[in-house]
Design a protein around this ligand. Structure first.
Ligand code: HSE
Length: 434
């Protein structure tokens, strides 16, 4: 039976998960693949720490070139994350004719053009199922299952850390810092949680899904990104009062002319298919012309779920190579020549429903002033709640939801409202997806 040799760069949590799966599932892989996959070299700066798995010390190296230049290695698994040296290692692997499997969403979101073009030129595959949604087979679904479908929206909870924090804030009525601290203690959040909680990780993932779904490059730096660090227990409480949950959503919509891609905290109704996706789970909702909607839910992070997606890519590459079909499926879903820019809407141009929170003096005429300004900016109010007295100097919370409105109109109205002397603190908006 054929044995295919792979090299691993990055022996962290996911790398160790991949090694574990290739060992513990070796027999089932052989039965399904008709070949074996063997990791013959592992490169990491730290080759001393015990990962709790049995590895021949002779295959460990601190020099990535020993993987990249080994003529026997057909597949390089890049799991170091970040932009550099991941980019250089990936390009070098491609130049050396090796297929690459990666979980690195930051790399693909930023350097996708360069990496996919280099891979095309060399005729090698880039597998990146693990880059979005961990074990959820969203890349394969878009690339291979939904091939006749014209997508109108992809939206998802694609960051488990942020979802864990928001779920905890909602379940226990605690503030962001308390929930973050617990996420860090449980190992879900990094010591520096910026990428996860400020929406950057989600932006990388939605950039990748946008490329695959619509055949267009979009950079995380081109979209509006707002994280969850400013969400308060009061926001979550008010959302509940209106029948909503707050989730960090990555959204990518296409109306046939332009794209609307953004990441921000979003209120979704309690009966929305993603409203009860809690904790570290991820969910991705795909809307198109043929199946209307499809929601995929699963573990978006962790050694074994993400490792399983990596191993799935490795096996697919080996299958293609054994069948002599090389890069059977275009890495970017569309053929490279068909990847073309689609104009991106500015955030001011989008239409959304809004949840608006004001802090106002509880005196006659306040509601009339605020609704008057909203009306002047063509914003139609869907519902209003004013909470009772007893808030002192801070003013009473006045909460409204709007019908579909233009973002620029909403922003202009809020800045005018914030200048009123009856308004006690800057108002707050959260977009609503119904
Ligand atoms: N840090 C990510 C998350 C997992 O919290 O979902 C890796 O993409």
């Amino acid at each position: 039976m054929k044995t295919v040799k792979a090299g691993l760069i990055g022996f962290g949590t996911i790398g160790a998960g991949v090694v574990r799966i290739l060992d513990s599932s070796a027999e089932v892989i052989r039965q399904r693949l008709g070949a074996s996959v063997q990791i013959t070299k592992i490169a990491d700066l730290d080759i001393k720490t015990d990962r709790g798995i049995k590895v021949d010390p002779g295959i460990l190296t601190t020099n990535a070139d020993e993987v990249l230049e080994d003529p026997e290695i057909e597949i390089v698994i890049e799991l170091i994350g970040g932009y550099e040296p991941a980019r250089s290692f990936t390009l070098k692997a491609i130049q050396n004719g090796k297929h690459v499997v990666t979980a690195n969403k930051a790399l693909l979101a930023k350097h996708g053009e360069e990496i996919f073009s280099a891979a095309d030129e060399k005729g090698v595959c880039i597998g990146f199922e693990a880059a979005v949604g961990g074990a959820i087979p969203i890349i394969r679904s878009i690339r291979e299952a939904f091939v006749a479908n014209q997508f109108s929206a992809i939206e998802g909870i694609v960051n488990g850390t942020a979802n864990y924090i928001l779920s905890k804030m909602s379940d226990e009525n605690c503030d962001f810092q308390t929930a973050l601290k617990e996420a860090q203690e449980k190992g879900y959040a990094e010591a520096d949680p910026t990428f996860d909680v400020e929406g950057i990780d989600s932006a990388h993932k939605i950039a990748i899904l946008t490329r695959l779904a619509y055949g267009t490059p979009v950079g995380a730096d081109e979209m509006t990104i707002q994280g969850i660090s400013s969400i308060t227990p009061e926001d979550i409480d008010c959302a509940r009062e209106f029948g909503y949950r707050v989730k960090l959503l990555a959204i990518s919509k296409y109306d046939g002319k332009s794209l609307d891609v953004r990441v921000h905290p979003t209120m979704i109704p309690e009966n929305h298919p993603m409203a009860n996706v809690n904790g570290v789970l991820n969910a991705i909702r795909v809307c198109d012309d043929l199946m209307e909607e499809n929601v995929l839910v699963g573990h978006g992070a962790g050694a074994l779920p993400t490792g399983s997606a990596v191993v799935g890519d490795v096996v697919e590459i080996v299958r293609n190579s054994m069948a002599g079909t090389g890069t059977r499926v275009p890495s970017q879903s569309f053929h490279t020549a068909k990847i073309k820019p689609i104009p991106l809407k500015k955030i001011e141009e989008i239409e959304s429903e809004y949840f608006l929170r004001f802090r106002v003096k509880d005196v006659p005429g306040v509601l009339a002033k605020i609704t008057g300004i909203l009306g002047n900016h063509s914003i139609s109010i869907a519902s209003v709640i004013q909470r009772g007295r007893g808030y002192g100097e801070k003013g009473v919370p006045l909460i409204m939801t709007s019908h579909l409105s233009n973002e620029k109109n909403v922003r202009d109205a809020l800045s005018e409202i914030d200048r009123l002397d009856v308004v006690c603190e800057p108002s707050n908006l959260i977009r609503v997806e119904n």
